[in-house]
Design a binder for this molecule. Sequence first.
Ligand code: F6R
Length: 261
Amino acid sequence: MTISTMELLVLPDRRQGAKLVASMIVEAIRLTPAQRLGLATGGSLEPVYKALATTVARGQLPLSALHCYLLDEYVGLPPDHPARYRNVIEEQVVRPLRLDSSQVHGPDVTAADLSLACDEYEAQLHADGGIDLQLLGIGTNGHIGFNEPGSPRGSRTRVARLTEQTRADNARFFGGRHPDVEALVPREVVTEGIATILDARRIVLVAWGENKAAVVRACLEGPVTEAVPASLLRTHPSVTVVVDPAAATLLARETIDRAGV
Ligand code: F6R
């Protein structure tokens, strides 16, 4: 297993970080309009998609050959539920970029045989040529996609269970002031596996804010271990980590010194 040093960029704030990631996406699409983009969802990616929409609105970008692939999805939510990742991407990416919904692919989480649906999604990713650029957030426990701590490095798209920590972290996307909001977060999800993620040609991970500082340190400086799935990204040759200063507060001096801005 070769361990590489991931590129680290510390931007003055999350708005500028998001803008930079949006410009990386635009550049990738300009170079290869038939870009296959892997999309994560959540609070960290939201400003990136906003910045992308603004950039796209300003310039002429060929988007008709773009294809997007959902990284993960909840199981058991009604089709119109606003927290469903397909719907989040529809609102944050498809509509602002004026894509056609058929340009977004994801696992069929309504299938009677979920495990078969996972295999079919994995096969589709392969048949379509694989992900060119995968966007990732990071969970406070180090998960990427919904690969919770302990997920095998060789894992592929599969049904997984969320930890209570992740369900608590994600409760903010479910039902606002509902008295027992955590109970509304599904336990079951479908997620691309670690090996599926590592198949992407290029990976960009974003993290903002103080509550990600400990896990950013574990990801960049801790042992490369399945206990911190994001640390396994250090076995990939082309990963860029984009953070704001708050998410970088616990990093060692040497790590910061080699970071770009
Ligand atoms: C969601 C996903 C997750 C999130 C992570 C961080 O598609 O893949 O790994 O990226 O849970 O979520 P936020 O950005 O909401 O803190």
